[in-house]
Design a protein around this ligand. Structure first.
Ligand code: GLY
Length: 321
């Protein structure tokens, strides 16, 4: 991805890649902290170290390349510039030519309130993300999404599906952190709750290369998703806890409880994963959506269940609500 972005002048953090540990360490000696050290391969979301000092960056290289904590995924590492700013998720459908953006959204990656603690797959999300103004939205389309889809086609691997750009936005400057070839979780929940167009019609148009014929109908009201997780996540956690209150939460108006890590045991719904449920609500204002999501969340419980209490706070702060 970094190679593609560089080749096609799509904005991203500067970087270097290494397959040789000594070379990586020598490069780090020439840099200033903070730095980001990543495994090139997939490491279940754990292959990224934000090193506040050069010693931490060297330790990350050793973790990946000497101790081989993530096996082959760490045989090549990426050392990247550290980006400041606010993250936003930008998802779009594409048939390889047309790019049809979904509304903007923002994830809450850290486990604890106030964005503290280790990163997770995502503890909650809301849509729209006020950090992406209309002008920035245009800029993302023109400088990131359309050029990326064109670049993939030019490289002989046209892409059809959902393209998810993880962005860092700092005082109006956009840089790509990552791309995923899928919906975001938990961004998909608030986005799909706002999407009124039939998803199947969109997907068929994607497959058939007819996306230019589709326009997305979007509910203008904001949505908020609170992720309920197993106690201990993103570290060790236990499965098989009986979930209480789903029926009651399901009676709340304007709320959908999306299941992620659950399984049926007889008639009982029990936990079966770190992130268990995404309780998602739509409201006339962000404040109302937050209140509705948390009212429904409060109906649900199981032994050790955990959720953040500040999902959507950043949207309120930006809007001055
Ligand atoms: N929520 C982040 C992701 O889906 O990758």
């Amino acid at each position: 991805m970094k190679g593609l972005l560089k080749k096609y002048h799509i904005p991203s953090a500067f970087y270097a890649t290494f397959t040789d540990r000594e070379e990586a360490l020598r490069y780090i000696d020439t840099q200033a902290a903070p730095l980001v050290v990543k495994t090139d391969g997939l490491a279940a979301g754990k292959g990224v170290v934000v090193a506040q000092t050069l010693d931490e960056a060297r330790a990350a290289v050793d973790l990946f390349m000497k101790e081989k904590a993530f096996g082959e995924a760490g045989s090549r590492v990426v050392v990247e510039e550290f980006l400041r700013g606010e993250e936003a998720s930008f998802l779009a459908f594409t048939d390889g030519e047309t790019v049809l953006p979904l509304p903007t959204s923002q994830d809450h990656k850290a486990i604890f309130d106030g964005d503290k603690g280790p990163n997770t797959g995502g503890m909650g999300a809301y849509s729209p993300a006020p950090v992406v103004t209309e002008a920035l939205h245009r800029q993302v389309m023109e400088t990131v999404m359309l050029p990326t889809v064109k670049a993939l086609a030019a490289e002989g691997c046209p892409y059809k599906g959902v393209l998810y750009a993880g962005l860092m936005i700092d005082q109006g400057v956009i840089k790509v952190l990552e791309f995923n070839c899928r919906f975001g979780d938990p961004e998909a929940q608030p986005l799909l709750m706002r999407l009124k167009t039939d998803l199947l019609d969109i997907m068929e148009a994607v497959v058939d290369g007819r996306l230019a014929e589709i326009s997305l109908e979007i509910d203008p009201r904001p949505t908020v998703c609170v992720v309920m997780a197993a106690g201990g996540y993103p570290g060790k956690y236990e499965n098989g806890k009986a979930i209480e209150g789903l029926a009651k939460a399901g009676q709340h108006q304007d709320v959908v409880v999306f299941h992620a890590g659950t399984v049926l045991q007889g008639d009982a719904v029990v936990t079966n994963g770190g992130r268990v449920l995404g309780v998602t609500a739509i409201g006339d204002t962000v404040q109302e959506a937050i209140a509705k999501a948390y009212q429904a969340t409060a109906e649900i419980s199981w032994e050790g269940c955990y959720y953040r209490k500040d999902i959507g706070r950043k949207a309120l702060d930006r809007k001055g609500e």
